[in-house]
Design a protein around this ligand. Structure first.
Ligand SMILES: [Zn+2]
Length: 190
């Protein structure tokens, strides 16, 4: 599979049209607790969708069942469960903006970000900087970063990953994510 040569980053896009009550069954107790404290529907939808899409992306990358993916969010600064998500078997990053949720998976440190162009003057530079920050690369380590197309107009997205070369990006679009989430919700995960 020549196309998988080099560093590969898988990007999964979903939007709030896929956020539905059945997906809440795939969240763990800590995630449900956190959801309880959110009073805005958009926040709840984005968080739940991101948490389940993360399991779908990790399942696709590692071959485990989505339900078997344990997401660790203990903050490395304060110990509260609001840190960047970590899973066994892959490096991951999750971002939300407006209706959009983006999950990136790779074998190396990876960061993704998406923002509305309405957030400010220089959103393109902002998303790249945020992706680099989330990749957590040491200042001296080689890191690749690039803009990636977002599936809604007026949104900009970027990814960053460790390594000297530009990664091969495999994009799983809104339709593919919606189909995977539907299969999962319906109990028909392959
Ligand atoms: Zn903290």
């Amino acid at each position: 599979m020549a196309v998988r040569d080099g560093q590969v980053v898988d990007l999964w896009w979903a939007d709030l049209r896929s956020a539905e009550a059945r997906l809440f069954a795939f969240l763990d107790d800590r995630e449900l607790e956190r959801l309880e404290r959110m009073d805005r529907a958009g926040d709840r939808g984005r968080f739940a969708l991101g948490a389940v899409l993360l399991r779908v992306a990790v399942a696709a990358a590692t071959g485990v069942e989505p339900r078997s993916v344990t997401v660790e969010r203990t903050c490395t600064d304060c110990g509260a469960p609001h840190g960047a998500p970590r899973v066994a078997g892959a490096r991951v990053s999750v971002a939300h903006a407006g209706p959009l949720v983006l999950v990136g998976t790779a074998d190396v440190a990876v960061g993704v970000d998406v923002e509305s162009v309405d957030r400010g003057e220089d959103v393109a530079r902002w998303v790249v900087r945020e992706a680099l920050f989330k990749a957590g690369a040491a200042p001296q380590a080689p890191v690749a970063s690039l803009m990636v197309p977002a599936p809604w107009p007026r949104y900009l997205a970027a990814l960053a990953c460790a390594g000297p070369d530009q990664p091969v990006v495999v994009t799983h679009d809104l339709d593919e994510s919606a189909a995977a989430l539907e299969q999962l919700a319906a109990g028909r995960w392959p």
